[in-house]
Design a protein around this ligand. Structure first.
Ligand code: SF4
Length: 239
């Protein structure tokens, strides 16, 4: 796809919402939106690709894997309307990156401060796992957002697959060496040079949060490290 000469985040969002490049994912998202789940039977599902959102002046970019079938694919906003989003936005609120601790719908008044949230793939995948070819096809959108978010100094990847997607993008941009390996782990930090750091966190999936693999305090610790790196003070005052 040819990149627009005068790109903007709103243009990226429009292109994402209209995208039909991955037939398997588009069929799946429409199917889920039609069938729904019992607790949301009375709701109208978004059923389209889900754009990123947040502060255009963000210094922190958060990259997840893909929207959830009954979360982002239902509400039309990434990490919105499911338990993962509840966990993530409560933490972002505690760390001063979100105006409120809840994320339930596109018109719930949530504002992100100094932070932008996106996913490596923009369509909900079967089994929560996009194929490598689908991740590669979708990379253009994250790439455009990366170029438009000129003030980025920190990237938080939620899970190894999100980190893999981000690193593939950074290799394409020759922002990191082609063969350099980057270990993934919760709390692992990589210096990418030029004042930019990569922070890793386990994904706030129910599988991780219900089993205690990822606790609220664990995510708080990573966000506190990001705040220190950015020279920000969280609402609770000095640590
Ligand atoms: S995953 Fe990305 S590239 Fe594929 S259809 Fe959805 S928005 Fe388009």
């Amino acid at each position: 796809m040819t990149r627009p000469v005068c790109d903007s985040l709103s243009r990226v969002a429009r292109d994402v919402v209209a995208c039909e490049r991955c037939p398997r994912l588009r069929i799946w998202c429409r199917h889920v939106a039609h069938e729904k789940v019992r607790r949301f039977q009375d709701q109208h599902y978004w059923g389209r690709p889900v754009p990123g959102f947040g502060d255009p002046k963000a210094r922190l970019l958060i990259v997840g894997l893909a929207p959830a079938a009954h979360g982002g694919n239902r509400t039309g906003r990434v990490f919105t309307g499911d338990r993962s989003g509840d966990f993530l936005f409560a933490a972002l609120h505690r760390a001063g990156f979100a105006s409120q601790p809840t994320s339930v719908s596109r018109d719930d008044g949530l504002r992100l401060v100094d932070c932008y949230v996106a996913a490596a793939a923009r369509c909900a995948p079967p089994g929560n796992k996009p194929l490598p070819a689908e991740m590669a096809r979708c990379r253009e959108y994250l790439s455009r957002e990366w170029d438009l978010l000129a003030g980025l100094r920190a990237v938080l990847v939620l899970g190894k697959l999100a980190q893999d997607g981000l690193l593939a993008l950074l290799r394409e941009k020759q922002r990191v060496p082609p063969r350099k390996g980057f270990a993934f782990g919760h709390g692992v930090v990589h210096d990418l040079g030029g004042g930019l750091r990569l922070f890793g966190s386990y994904h706030p999936s129910q599988q991780n949060t219900f089993t205690g693999k990822l606790k609220a305090a664990d995510l708080d610790a990573v966000l506190a490290a990001i705040n220190r790196h950015l020279g920000r003070q969280a609402p609770g005052g000095p640590e």
